[in-house]
Design a protein around this ligand. Structure first.
Ligand code: AMP
Ligand code: MG
Length: 339
């Protein structure tokens, strides 16, 4: 049984993963309401929230079963993320490790996301990688936009990354320009329903097949210029069209690049992960791409798209890179990369 601990940003989360039964328990406390008025995550507030949240979460987890009797390993996010936030999770993990005399494993949060599309398969079949590698995957969150492949042996190779804003960041910044509170992505999606995605012509950067990179900062600037040319009344009247066109430009770029990668090599499955994987349009369009290629589309359940401890505990179990280290030497790495 692995206890997963996630504290890299504004989500305080614990999860219990059983090698026989998969995820058997989760305890989460989102801090989103504490940061809304500042328009983004405030590191100091996040650290303070983690400090109080984890005691409540641990208490709740203990009510199910005595963790000390069942937990054999502890998996904790060691990076990337906010330094102070990571330190809270790591010190909790190390303390519990000492107390319960179990090894502590540092997990790369991005590898947690990368393997999260395989989590729903775990209950379904024993060897989750059989028939699914090589795997092409898109990780889209508030801080990352990465297209990568996972090959036999679970080696990960990055195929394309953003040169500026992440996709989620672009949706949040666009949302802000449209008067939507942080994080704008999910609310923008709601406003886009019923709007015409072709009403406004926003740019799709690097659309050439040979350009293996993403860019979203031009999209945000283009929205700014468009809004400047419209009166408040026009913006109100065409609000759904603006939201739909903006979201569609961001999603088109993600889908086009993924399609090019799918067509350039043989893959056995296509994955999607990260907070933006919540978006219905993006999920549907990638599922369609996979279906066109006759390969399986894999995505985590909606509760495991954003930051969560389930993917951290799961990665500690299946990712060959995750090995228990000397617990005393284990430290946080705010700028850790996927590879
Ligand atoms: P993460 O960084 O993984 O915690 O994910 C947070 C990011 O996902 C933020 O940028 C959100 O705006 C974005 N996000 C969450 N839900 C949706 C959605 N339904 N549509 C688009 N973006 C979303
Ligand atoms: Mg994340």
């Amino acid at each position: 049984m692995i206890l997963g601990i996630e504290s890299s940003c504004d989500e305080s989360a614990l999860a219990l993963f059983s090698s026989k039964r998969g995820i058997v328990g989760e305890w989460v406390k989102s801090q989103i309401t504490k940061h809304i008025e500042y328009g983004g995550v405030v590191p100091d507030i996040a650290v303070r929230e983690h400090l109080s949240n984890f005691f409540v979460l641990l208490d709740a987890a203990e009510k199910g079963e005595r963790l000390r009797d069942s937990v054999t390993r502890i998996a904790v996010t060691c990076g990337p993320g906010l330094a102070g936030c990571l330190a809270v999770g790591l010190s909790l993990a190390k303390t519990l490790g000492l107390l319960w005399d179990v090894p502590v494993i540092g997990v790369n949060h991005l590898r947690g996301h990368a393997f999260s599309p395989f989590l729903p398969l775990y209950q379904e079949q024993e060897d989750i990688f059989a028939d699914h590698l090589p795997h092409l995957s898109l990780l889209v969150s508030g801080g990352n936009t990465i297209l990568f492949r996972i090959d036999d042996g679970q080696s990960i190779e990055i195929l394309a990354e953003t040169v500026d804003d992440a996709a989620g960041e672009a949706l949040d910044k666009g949302g802000k320009l449209l008067g939507i509170p942080y994080p704008g992505g999910p609310i923008l999606e709601q406003h886009a329903i019923g709007g015409d995605p072709r009403a406004f012509d926003f740019p799709r950067s690097f659309s050439a097949r040979s350009e293996m990179r993403f860019s979203f900062s031009g999209l945000k600037t283009s929205l700014l210029y468009t809004l400047e040319k419209l009166t408040d009344e026009q913006i109100r009247a065409r609000y759904a069209d603006l939201c739909a066109s903006y979201q569609s430009a961001a999603i088109d770029q993600l889908v086009t690049k993924t399609k090019h990668a799918l067509e350039s090599s043989e893959f056995s499955s296509l994955g999607l992960s990260g907070g933006v994987a919540n978006n219905k349009t993006l999920r549907c369009r990638l599922a369609e791409l996979a279906s066109d290629q006759n390969i399986r589309f894999l995505a985590p359940n909606l509760c495991h798209t954003g930051d969560n401890a389930a993917m951290i505990a799961f990665a500690a179990h299946i990712d060959r890179e995750c090995v228990a280290e000397d617990s005393a030497a284990l430290t946080f790495q705010p700028s850790l990369r996927l590879t």
